[in-house]
Write a protein that binds this ligand. Structure first.
Ligand code: SAH
Length: 356
């Protein structure tokens, strides 16, 4: 018995190739994607524009696999967090509705290898790279579940800010992006798909058209000495190298700006002096800045700065003409606010927060 291919791991080109190998028209790829992704069907049987033979062939060899829900929670503010079972463990996916926009925060790995000092996922270590099917499975399954629950806000944005470092699972993430942006699949505009990276420079270079989605760089400090302690990957790709990669990204892609994620940690990177160093470093408003007040978790030595300190930091950047947003924690009461993704009780040794 041969094993099935997973539809969620096939780009449109690969689906066309599959059809051609079976002497079917490659144009059916769009019809199939439209049926499964846009209309949300989970089998091929109603696809009457295809021959019964092709429908059977697809049923027998191309599976449509939604992810099994391990647990789910809904917060009063409309945020929904699912834990899905995947190979190698449990991942978390978070839906954040806000003013007509529906952002889905997805995971790219079970655990993470980067060991950032303030991130709860780091306590898991790296467990498993998700397949493209497991990444797309999060989007397809979340959309079905939201629909079944009568949720009025559609998924309009997808951010790779859940568990894991997306650019260390490049192949699967690239396939997933192609499916997310394809007009007959999820049809999400590229600027509404965001890859957040701790600074994997070779991965940034690989994000070439059509994969030139919105990029978020988790910087957290303008000084290598500080960043080395927060994001150990900085020792491999220091700040100057990262900024070069960003400038190249802006030059070679249609994206007009990069967002700097800056998690504010009391006494570590939240002084006015640090804000000024950030201004000197960036020196161009092709960067937006997203300040994330630290989400603490038990066992973490770090603290969240006071509202006053956060506001001073923000004001210093705003005065220089930057577009600065302060991320408000969402889904707090269900541990789905920025930073708590860890999975099941067996995986979990501390609270983990998903990043919104
Ligand atoms: N590995 C990727 C994406 C996952 S984390 C990256 O580093 O960008 C998504 C964002 O949440 C990153 O900017 C990360 O630095 C931030 N983050 C992680 N833990 C946090 C915490 N406890 N509080 C606030 N932000 C956190």
């Amino acid at each position: 018995m041969h094993s099935k291919i997973d539809l969620f791991s096939l780009t449109s080109n690969q689906l066309e190739g599959y059809l051609q190998m079976r002497d079917a028209s490659p144009r059916h790829a769009n019809t199939i994607m439209d049926w499964i992704y846009r209309r949300g069907h989970h089998d091929y049987q109603g696809l009457t524009t295809l021959s019964p033979q092709l429908r059977n062939e697809l049923t027998n060899s191309v599976s449509i696999t939604s992810l099994p829900v391990y647990a789910s929670e809904r917060d009063n503010d409309g945020v929904v967090k699912w834990q899905f079972t995947v190979q190698g463990g449990v991942i978390e996916t978070v839906f954040i509705p806000s003013r007509g926009r529906g952002t889905l925060c997805i995971s790219s790995q079970v655990g993470c290898a980067l060991n950032c000092a303030f991130c709860a996922t780091a306590t898991l270590g790296w467990r498993h790279n998700l397949s493209a099917a497991e990444i797309i499975g999060q989007v397809w399954t979340a959309r079905q579940l939201l629909k079944e629950a009568g949720n009025p806000t559609p998924i309009t944005n997808v951010v790779f800010m859940g568990m894991g470092e997306p650019l260390l699972n490049f192949g699967a993430v690239a396939t997933a992006i192609r499916i997310l942006i394809h007009p007959f699949a999820f049809a999400i505009p590229r600027r509404r798909v965001t890859v957040s990276t701790a600074g994997v420079v070779p991965g940034i270079h690989l994000l070439r058209p059509p994969l030139d989605v919105s990029l978020m760089l988790s910087l957290h400090s303008a000084r290598d000495a500080v960043r080395n302690t927060l994001v150990p990957l900085n020792k491999k790709y220091p700040i100057a190298t990262l900024l070069d990669a960003c400038q190249r990204y802006l030059k070679e892609n249609s994206t007009r700006w990069i967002t700097i994620a800056y998690t504010l940690i009391e006494g570590i990177n939240d002084s006015i002096e640090e804000a000024r160093q950030l201004l000197t470093l960036l020196n161009t408003t092709t960067f937006k800045i997203n300040l994330i007040p630290l989400n603490t978790f038990s066992g973490s030595p770090f603290r969240t700065p006071s509202t006053l300190r956060i506001d001073r930091f923000r004001t210093e950047l705003c005065r220089a003409g930057y577009r600065v947003t302060v991320r408000t924690p969402r889904g707090n009461s269900i541990d789905a606010a920025c930073g708590q993704l860890i999975g099941t009780n067996t995986q979990r040794n501390k609270h983990i927060i998903a990043c919104t």
